[in-house]
Design a protein. Structure first.
Length: 119
């Protein structure tokens, strides 16, 4: 089970850190973050491999967001800096067995956490 948390309301230029905690199981080979804005498809944000941390980012967040993990806590984080109104979405964490930027390649999903960036 994946539990996402850390969302909230922040002004443009601000920061938030999302957490994705895994319970009942260890992380799959890749743990990713996706987001879905109203009326839009769910899109890839970032992913990190397990146990060696290979990181991949969507171009739209590269340089602003950082994905990391704490092996001991079975938790993956998404540090989001320089937030923009277009980052507003529900953010989901997901786990899969191979590198992918596609939702259907991830087997387990968290419940989502809302991020709202005001202008």
């Amino acid at each position: 089970q994946l539990q996402a948390s850390g969302g909230g309301l922040v002004q443009a230029g601000g920061s938030l850190r999302l957490s994705c905690a895994a319970s009942g199981r260890t992380f799959s080979t890749y743990t990713g973050w996706f987001r879905q804005a109203p009326g839009k498809e769910r899109e890839f944000v970032a992913t990190i491999s397990w146990p060696v941390s290979m990181r991949y980012y969507a171009d739209s967040v590269k340089g602003r967001f950082t994905i990391s993990k704490d092996n001991a806590k079975n938790t993956v984080y998404l540090q989001m800096n320089s937030l923009k109104p277009e980052d507003t979405a529900v953010y989901y964490c997901a786990a899969g067995s191979s590198y992918s930027r596609k939702t259907h390649d991830y087997d387990y999903w968290g419940q989502g956490t809302q991020v709202t960036v005001s202008s």
